[in-house]
Design a protein around this ligand. Structure first.
Ligand SMILES: Cc1ncc(COP(=O)(O)O)c(C=O)c1O
Length: 471
């Protein structure tokens, strides 16, 4: 056996004996070469061999990490098959009941919509807030109406350059989080009685908005790996007088899918051929695990039909409530909707985020956050593989912080949710993502936290609750 093969075997044994666990970082090539008294080339060949066998994987500029055993990687959930009829929506009471229960502080937050607050640079934001408000011209406090503070819009426009998009800051409208951006966008393009095409399953707030504004939804199947099914969307556009689409193109909530770039282009062509605007909900875009940021569908929009909605709530400043729509030709319409709803977005918080972005350091924060999320996903996946019933299917998102878990049929997600809550463990049961309360055997789990042994124990307890719930 060559020296590098021996070294690969030694490391493999450590992984099998769980001395090195899933998500652990291997020593750097330099450290390993010193520790084993071999050349760096030998270490690299050993690492490459382990990588080929799927036991470790590299992360650019970060190192080599232990991955879950290949045999243990469960299949993804199956694509959905919703009915093609339009329907009015009624999800509210159940969603509110669940959302209220999962925010208690003494619970394990697998049901939360946010990553753990300790992953955010709250001190730096506080300092930006303090210096920005001291510098504000008093007239800024009363003069700034929609679309929002010019400096913040400029900073957001600059961030679009990272995906090769050149954006005019005047086309951006600042809102109180993405949820307001989405609601204003929906009102700008549709009214009561109109049909909106949505994904199945869908983010519960999209369902709620459609219900509140007296619109109707047509559900389009969404594949857990590559997003909305374009054939089914084309059929829906032919069959119904669809007024707008509301889709998540990157790291869909809850299934975690992302639409590949060429299909984003096809999606935009399809919608343009029907003159149907797209409300693109892209709040998780900055939380990608790959080398490059995913492009939004808006990047391929030549006709100005896409209202691209983003937010800092998930990746920088939850609670600050700053989001935006890059609304293009709809921008002035959105200004009016905004003015008549909440007048303007809080000026001090806009100024604080603009100040933070202007100081630099945001990309560094994002890199650290993404790494934490990717590691935690691996830990959570591993527990599911170990502790959940045979036949469980699991999404494999390449960004964001949700896993979509399909239990075998006959498992009741709502019963599991209630039993887990008694043990102070939260999660979201599948039916909150469906106007017909489908997905009765699905759970959405949040892994957006720094992994600890307490979280590992909570996942083991959840696995027990799930397994026993069948009895
Ligand atoms: C898919 C999706 N869109 C929008 C939002 C709302 O974002 P914000 O907190 O910025 O309003 C959320 C938050 O849960 C979400 O999951």
């Amino acid at each position: 056996m060559k020296r590098y093969e021996q070294l690969a075997e030694e490391i493999s044994h450590q992984i099998a004996a769980r001395v090195l666990r899933v998500g652990d970082r291997l020593p750097s090539v330099r450290q390993a070469s010193q520790a084993h008294r071999v050349s760096r080339g030998t270490v690299l060949r050993a690492y490459y061999a382990l990588e080929d066998r799927g036991e470790i994987r590299t992360r650019p500029r970060s190192g080599y990490y232990v991955t879950p055993p290949r045999a243990a990687v469960p299949p993804r959930p199956l694509p959905t098959r919703p009915s093609t009829a339009t329907r009015s929506v009624d999800v509210r009471d159940f969603v509110f009941e669940v959302l209220e229960a999962i925010t208690a502080r003494d619970t394990v937050p697998f049901g939360s919509a946010f990553p753990s607050p300790e992953l955010f640079p709250l001190q730096k934001l506080a300092s930006a807030m303090s210096s920005a408000t001291r510098r504000l011209d008093p007239r800024d406090m009363v003069e700034h109406l929609p679309p929002g503070l010019p400096e913040l819009r400029r900073q957001i426009a600059r961030r679009y350059l990272q995906v090769g998009m050149s954006v005019d800051p005047d086309d951006i409208v600042i809102t109180a989080g993405a949820l307001e951006a989405l609601n204003l966008s929906l009102r700008a393009v549709a009214g009561p009685g109109d049909v909106i095409a949505i994904e199945c399953p869908s983010f519960y707030a999209a369902l709620d908005a459609i219900e509140r504004y007296g619109m109707k939804a047509v559900e389009v199947p969404t594949d857990p790996s590559d997003g909305v099914n374009l054939g089914a969307l084309a059929d829906a556009l032919k069959k119904h007088k669809v007024k707008a689409c509301w889709l998540m193109t990157n790291f869909q909530n809850p299934v975690g899918s992302s639409i590949p770039e060429d299909r984003k282009r096809d999606l935009i062509e399809l919608l343009a051929s029907h003159e149907v605007p797209l409300i693109e909900d892209d709040v998780y875009a900055d939380l990608y695990f790959g080398e490059n940021p995913p492009k939004p569908a808006k990047a391929f929009d030549k006709r100005g039909l896409v209202l691209h909605c983003g937010s800092f709530s998930k990746c920088l400043a939850p609670g600050y409530r700053i989001g935006w729509t890059y609304a293009g030709r709809y921008a002035r319409k959105l200004d009016r909707e905004k003015l008549m709803t909440t007048i303007t977005t809080s000026i001090p918080t806009q100024a604080a985020i603009a100040q933070y972005l202007g100081r630099g350091g945001y990309d560094h924060h994002l890199r650290t956050l993404r790494r934490t999320l990717e590691e935690s996903q691996e830990h959570m996946r591993q527990r599911i593989v170990r502790d959940f019933p045979q036949g469980t299917r699991l999404s494999r998102p390449e960004g964001g912080y949700f896993l979509w878990v399909e239990l075998p049929p006959h498992y009741d997600a709502v019963a599991i949710y209630r039993a887990a809550l008694e043990q102070k463990i939260t999660m979201l049961p599948g039916p909150v993502f469906s106007p017909q309360r489908k997905f009765t055997n699905f759970l959405r789990l949040n892994y957006g936290m720094k992994w600890t042994s307490a979280l590992d124990d909570a996942m083991a307890a959840l696995g027990k609750i799930v397994s026993e719930s069948r009895a």
